[in-house]
Design a protein around this ligand. Structure first.
Ligand SMILES: [Zn+2]
Length: 160
């Protein structure tokens, strides 16, 4: 039948569409401190909403970041992207910016935002997305503690 079945050579376009997408995840850790305070609210409201997190001297977390890239393995290398390269991007874009920093004051991209796990995850997604050129950034998951994480997907929506 025309258009179906391939006896030799590269798979047909129809078969290529059937190849399952791969999701590749790299993990890294960093330590940072933060505090929650909204200057638009009164001192009492800040205390009520943010509780201990409103302590003006801040507190620290050991964050765990998981970055997932979606793509198809390259037929030559078998890789969606070079994991060494991804490690370098994470080092340059995230570790150098956020590791051992006071997130409220030292991270330009978080200025004017409360550095919650949610907001940090979104900032990280936006920093990484333009740097990942092979495959595409699918998800950023940021653990603030082993029990709590926030996830950020492209356009804020989890793709089907
Ligand atoms: Zn905290």
């Amino acid at each position: 039948m025309e258009g179906q079945g391939v006896s030799c050579g590269y798979p047909s376009r129809i078969q290529r569409i059937d190849i399952a997408m791969i999701y590749l995840t790299r993990k890294m850790e960093f330590c940072a401190s933060h505090l929650y305070h909204n200057p638009a609210l009164s001192a009492e409201e800040n205390k009520r909403i943010f509780g201990k997190c409103n302590n003006p001297h801040g507190h620290g977390h050991n964050y765990t970041l998981e970055v997932t890239v979606a793509g198809e393995p390259d037929p030559v290398t078998g890789m969606v992207l070079d994991l060494k390269e991804l490690k370098e991007i994470l080092e340059r874009e995230i570790a150098q910016r956020m590791d051992h920093r006071f997130l409220n004051y030292e991270v330009e991209e978080l200025k004017g935002q409360i550095p919650t796990c949610e907001n940090i995850a979104r900032v990280i997604f936006n920093l990484l997305e333009p740097k990942i050129e092979k495959g595409r950034l699918y998800k950023v998951r940021l653990y603030e503690t082993p029990e709590l994480f926030a996830e950020c997907y492209r356009n804020g929506a989890r793709p089907a």
